[in-house]
Design a protein around this ligand. Structure first.
Ligand code: NAI
Ligand code: MG
Length: 348
């Protein structure tokens, strides 16, 4: 029996409602694969911010440094500015733990009606750079409130940072359909994006078996809607990857099913797994949340911990319940969180 120590950060809103189903499923699948989990729960959230003035304690990352992985629900709540919840918790963890790959698989699932007439067979993954790029603290504002007010925001691209995430995307493509599309905008953004393109070209040369495409982000967004099946691995900067992965998740049907992994591929630090969706204040506390995004994120955690068969079993149970017609309201069904979870557990 292998036991893993998981740091659990449910966060706010439906974050606290989707993690218990994911844990129950991990435990059930684990029993069949001689894997066990112990969970340490942390109350880091907007609730904590409102009570104590900080999303997490100053030594937060140190407290979860020695766990095998982090499972996070969602953070954010009305009354707390979104940049506080993001920069007070998610971004420090991603950066302290060098989780420079944000991996977001997108699949059109049996039983999930999407907004497109025909998206059957879409199976792609967005690899988003996760620690540098456009999401930077460098910049400032001058002349606040005056007619001459100005704001400057710097983007930071490093050779090391771009190379490692693009290298990850090419290595991943070699295990899939051998095709990488790089998101760029080197016609408009004339310093960082040509630099990005140059590094992508260098990495592509080292992977002659992988087909390389380059698309400007605007055209790529349109193509993701018009021809989503033509993509395999899409690699993009922090901002481009963020937008494309939400768009791709919408193409697949619902934000509630989309999973994400924040990976430290060198395994020097724990990686973090979280559904793509937020805390959904509009449905929080009503038992309506779809826990599939959290479950799928837990499967990505199993995969990362070296248990691909257990991950496949978990997903087969979660997807199987959908095929049986058990779906939450966001997918046009009538099941609540508990009902869908029961159907999934019954299949394990
Ligand atoms: P959201 O993802 O929370 O909700 C968008 C819409 O999708 C809502 O109508 C919601 O009801 C629905 N939805 C989301 N997840 C669902 C699920 N599992 N099942 C059923 N329906 C679901 O995004 P929104 O409204 O923009 O943000 C709400 C809060 O969450 C904000 O404070 C935001 O900052 C935060 N947020 C946090 C994220 C994170 O923790 N990684 C990511 C995105 C937003
Ligand atoms: Mg996003």
């Amino acid at each position: 029996m292998t036991t893993y120590r998981i740091a659990l950060i449910p966060g706010d809103g439906i974050g606290t409602e989707v993690l218990p189903p994911a844990q129950a499923l991990l435990d059930a699948v684990g029993r069949r694969h001689a894997i066990a989990f112990t969970y340490d729960r942390f109350d880091w959230s907007c609730q904590r911010y409102l009570a104590e003035g900080a999303m997490m304690p100053p030594d937060g990352p140190r407290r979860i440094r020695d766990h095998d992985a982090v499972l996070l629900g969602a953070v954010g709540w009305p009354g707390v500015p979104d940049h506080v919840s993001l920069w007070g918790l998610l971004i420090p963890i991603r950066r302290t733990f060098q989780q420079y790959v944000n991996l977001r698989p997108v699949k059109v699932l049996d039983g999930v009606p999407g907004p497109l007439r025909d998206a059957d067979g879409v199976d792609l993954v967005v690899v988003r750079e996760n620690v540098e790029g456009e999401y930077s603290e460098i910049g400032g504002r001058l002349g606040r409130g005056t007619p001459d007010e100005l704001a400057v925001q710097e983007a930071v691209f490093t050779r090391k940072g771009v190379t490692r995430v693009v290298e990850y995307a090419y290595t991943l493509a070699a295990t899939r359909s051998n095709h990488v599309t790089s998101a760029t905008k080197s016609n408009g953004i004339i310093h960082t994006m040509p630099f990005w393109d140059e590094i992508v070209a260098g990495v592509a040369d080292r992977h002659p078996d992988v087909r390389s495409d380059r698309e400007h982000i605007d055209a790529l967004a349109a193509k993701l809607v018009l021809a989503p099946r033509t993509f395999d691995v899409i690699v993009g900067s922090n901002l481009f990857g963020d937008i494309l992965s939400d768009l791709a998740a919408a193409v697949a049907g619902s934000i509630g099913v989309a999973p994400a992994a924040n990976l430290n591929p060198e395994r020097e630090f724990p990686s973090m797994f979280e559904p793509v969706h937020g805390s959904a204040p509009d449905i929080a506390g009503k038992g309506k949340a779809n826990p599939l995004g959290a479950m799928w994120s837990a499967a990505m955690m199993l995969d990362h911990l070296g248990h691909p068969e257990a991950a496949a079993d978990l997903l087969a149970a979660a997807f199987g319940a959908l095929s049986d017609g058990v779906r939450t309201a966001d997918l046009g069904g009538t099941a609540d969180t508990a009902g869908y979870t029961r159907a999934v557990l019954d299949r394990v």
